[in-house]
Design a protein around this ligand. Sequence first.
Ligand SMILES: [Zn+2]
Length: 185
Amino acid sequence: MVPVPVRSPMSPSRRALVLNATFEPLGIVSSRRAVLLVLGTKAELLHTTDRVFRAERVTVPEPSVVRLVRYVHIPRQYRVAVNRRTVFARDGSRCQYCGAAAENLDHVIPRSKGGPHTWENVVAACRWCNTRKEDRLPHEAGMVLRATPVAPHHRVQLLASCGGASDDWRTYLGGGIDHFEPLTA
Ligand SMILES: [Zn+2]
């Protein structure tokens, strides 16, 4: 069964927040995936948008928030992928050397010197700082990081901020969402 959206999207997100059975935020999926969870009785609908999906003979409101029927255990060590969107979200789209609007990712220890592509070694940087630093360590270029880069603690909140969270989500995401600037890109 393949659910088909009946109307074209009014919002760019078309994503749904998935909660564990305990109402703890688990992740974000496409609204189509959320429809499949609901149709498969794996999840219940908590909030919907004003759009609908049609699948065979049933019409399902497009999910905004769904809750899994059965509890899913997620290991604590689960980490968010390190990429432009997620790092920019963590760093508020600001260069971590000078505070200007960021345009690139910078490897603090350059990749050419064995620096890993991890949360602890990747920061948002403006074009100017990125160019100035070249293939050097920050101190070699006379540059100082404004903060020590760390992996984000609020995994789902960070993902939600990469594209804007709907109002329905905020109840479940708590205050954490406000720590991150939403990205529109
Ligand atoms: Zn800069």
